[in-house]
Design a protein. Sequence first.
Length: 523
Amino acid sequence: MIEGLLIGWGIKGAWSAFGPVLENLAQGVAEDAAKSYVGKCFGSVLSPLNKKPLTKAIGLAVKELLKLLEDELLDADLETCELEAMRDSVAGFLEQNAVQQAIGSLFLEPDYHLDPAIFVKAWQDTPDAPTLPEDFSWDRISKRFSRKVETIREDSEELRETFIRLCSARDSEEQRKLRDLPPEFDLDKYAEALVERFATLSLDSLDTDGVAYNAVRLWNVFVPQSIRECQNYRPQLLELPKEEQQCLIAQGEVDARELEQLERERRDLRRAYFDQTPRPVLEVCADQQLPRLVILGDPGSGKSSLLRYLALEWARDADANRRYTAPLPLLIELRDYNQWPCSKGKGFVSYLHHARTWHRLNQRTLDVLLKTKGRVVLLLDGLDEIFDPKEREQAINDIHRFSNDYPDTRIILTSRVVGYKAQRLRGAGFQDFMLQDLDEEQVEQFLTLWHETTFTDTDEAERKRERLVKAIKDSRPIKLLAGNPLLLTLMAIINRYQELPRDRVLLYEKAAELLLQQWDTER
């Protein structure tokens, strides 16, 4: 019986270092197919009528998977004896439920996308599994294995008819509607697109006197700030002049009752807010106990840079296998989302699939990933950049709907304080945090990174850096402004050719010249 199975699977003698693993699987099939690997992969669809073709399919598929594993390890310069020492780990890997379900899905669901993360995590969950070589790629194995299974399905008339019959029985109206979707998206290409889109600082609209800042990469100068929880406290709103507060209320940007409540509780709220120990913003963003975050901050405080850095951190991870298990960052700029001309069915998943943007991703695959806990983090940038209050309200409705449809997906939203109405998102479980100004140490860290990155002459870079540090320390008004990342960047650019004005008004004039003198009105 076992010999017959092995022959049917195309196995003759000692064919592979992992051959004994397949022989053990054959032993289980011979004893009881329903309780063996075949039954684990195909579950309820296994019956006496299709036991033979499904048994054949599993044997051929596992054989190909073992061969792909072996080839990948041999390409990484492992010796045959080292492979033989890994047999128990490989057997344990195949026994992982996720691997068995993936094999069954590849045969039964024509549109199924094999996420490399399934194999990565299954190996991590295998007891005593050794660390794989650096250039070992589960992504390559996943893609090649998917193609191998497709070939197995189609090359045998018996298997082809069996799976057509099974798929027809399992089919649904939703699957029929989705048959015309484009190919699955490639995570590596998506990572490359993220880097191309967000790596460079957006300084092209500044009067930089011919200095090429387009080579400055965000990760070269990014300094993580601190953050405080501000679920009830809005210091920026309370510090606005009364006339401006009334104007914002009239425009619908601020809720009068919320502001009145804040005024009554101002003293206690202020004390509670500043009594908090600030937390590193990257730590908060990575905290799995905080599934819904709103990052608030002033204009230029670094909100957009933070989300871009989070996405780039994932995209630039040199360990591709680790990247497949880390949460996939889906970064949407809400200003662009709002301008997307979609007459019906508007939502973030359909936007990522249909909109003509840099990140067209497959809707079916996204739906699967978004329903997997911890697999995706949705980054929504710039709620306040939807200027029409009614359109902003519609975007908030879309956020609500997404959070209900995909409760296992984390969401990080950014906004200025003005234009953000906390109560609308409280019901969806969002918690509010306020970005803090750069402290003195962070300012100096940024200036060091900036001058190292933008100067080729190290002596000149150090002279200019010291001049700017001194200017900030010697002028209290300028020091206060230096906590804002955008203003600090403008100071560094101005400082390249002249000393920094010590007066706040003069500094604003210089910053305005920098921002407006070469402004491209067409853009």
